[in-house]
Write a protein that binds this ligand. Structure first.
Ligand SMILES: Cc1ncc(COP(=O)(O)O)c(C=O)c1O
Length: 389
């Protein structure tokens, strides 16, 4: 049985061209970019090229790109780094209840250091309303961090409008764009961003790489100490092959003019059509008009996440419940709780299917048919159990 991978929001397969570029870098450019001899200079030239390329594609300058070990580190550097460097201006930070734990736990850490954090609520679609940001803004707010695309339900925030609210305020605006990057072009100036986090392994690049964009005037502290790499903000010998891989992954998307959105939209439509044709009762969690088509979160009434995941896996479908970064634990999703409240059954029977390069339309049809069969089996079972009770 060929398994069907529908968990691209957790991670993606590495693109063959990325593997080739990385292999080449591993074999031919082992010099330390900080060394002054020719081996080092060659690596430095490659690193500089990668930085320039990445910067150019988001409308930034190369001095504004800091390569990191991924999205988590970029988020931590943005949130804790900004807080520590700007505490003389205020100790208030605003984020949302639906952020990835890389942001939430960084914010919670700041609370232990004496910072005050406001966690903005969201509406039933997972959207932050403008009014809630306006109302929570204080004179001593130093940072607002709102994710671009939610990793569990795919809701897309109105980032440009939200950032515009604090345009004339001292606070910096950070967005976690880990799940958004690569779907369409991101221009930091047009969006009004001060800081932006990106991860390599969500866009068919390698794991353990990503970057933080921090605009020229943004003050933030390094979180680790050592060498002078990344302009002292992220010391440690650069992982050149990983950075080459990340850059190649971005290049593949950009040079092809962001090709994936339309096919994911099609997969989403096909998936939902099959469920409807099969007569399945389901509910899509997320915003009907503002979503990333790569992430489809569906609740199946009368089922439970545990049995759904187990049955999906047995039938060769790899999906997940909410955030895979807390995989292993089947805690209720903080995102669905923020959207619906703790008592809502949708928090207990939601599955995230996420599309990517490992898929084609035929697979999606097959997967949706299998999902329908599983739901029919499980809901029949639960009806029988109810009747026996
Ligand atoms: C929205 C979001 N932010 C941050 C991260 C963390 O990125 P990384 O796995 O590169 O540390 C993830 C990973 O799932 C994510 O989905």
């Amino acid at each position: 049985m060929d398994a069907i991978y529908l968990d691209h929001a957790a991670t993606t397969p590495v693109h063959p061209a990325v593997i080739e570029a990385m292999t080449n870098a591993l074999q031919t450019s082992f010099g330390n970019p900080s060394s002054i001899h020719s081996f080092g200079r060659e690596s430095r030239a490659i690193l500089d090229r990668c930085r320039r390329y990445v910067a150019d594609k988001i409308g930034a300058s190369e001095k504004e790109i800091y390569f990191t070990s991924g999205g988590t580190e970029a988020d931590n550097l943005a949130i804790i780094g900004v807080a520590l460097a700007n505490k003389a201006k205020g100790k208030h930070i605003i984020t949302t209840q639906i952020e990835h734990h890389a942001v939430l736990h960084a914010a919670e850490h700041l609370e232990t250091l004496g910072f005050e954090v406001t966690y903005l609520p969201v509406n039933q679609y997972g959207q932050v309303e403008m009014r809630t940001l306006q109302e929570s803004l204080r004179d001593d707010t130093i940072l607002v961090s709102i994710m671009m695309v939610n990793n569990e339900v795919g809701t897309l925030q109105a980032i440009a409008e939200l950032a515009a609210i604090i345009k004339d305020h001292q606070a910096y605006f950070h967005t976690d764009a880990v799940q958004a990057f690569g779907l369409e072009q991101i221009n930091v100036a047009k969006l009004g961003l001060d800081l932006l986090s990106v991860s390599g392994h969500k866009i068919n690049g390698p794991k353990g790489t990503g970057f933080l964009y921090a605009g020229k005037g943004v003050k933030f502290h390094a979180l680790q100490h050592g060498g002078a790499q990344e302009r002292l903000k992220r010391p440690g010998t650069e992982s050149l092959p990983a950075i080459v891989g990340l850059t190649k992954a971005i290049e593949l998307i950009v040079e092809d003019n962001y090709p994936h959105k339309a096919s994911y939209e099609n997969y989403r439509t096909v998936f939902l059509q099959v469920l409807a044709q099969e007569g399945i009762t389901f509910q899509v969690n997320g915003a009907p008009n503002a979503y990333a088509p790569s992430i489809l979160n569906i609740s199946f009434p009368g089922t439970s996440v545990e049995s759904l995941l187990m049955n999906l896996d047995l039938d060769g479908i790899a999906a997940s419940s909410g955030s895979a970064c807390t995989a292993g634990s089947l805690e209720l999703s903080h995102v669905l709780i923020a959207m619906y409240g703790e008592q809502d059954p949708r928090t207990e029977n939601a599955i995230r299917f996420s599309f990517g390069l490992a898929n084609d339309a035929a697979q999606i049809k097959k997967a949706a048919t299998k999902v329908s069969q599983i739901i029919k089996r499980l809901t029949k079972q639960s009806t029988i159990i109810e009747e026996v009770k």
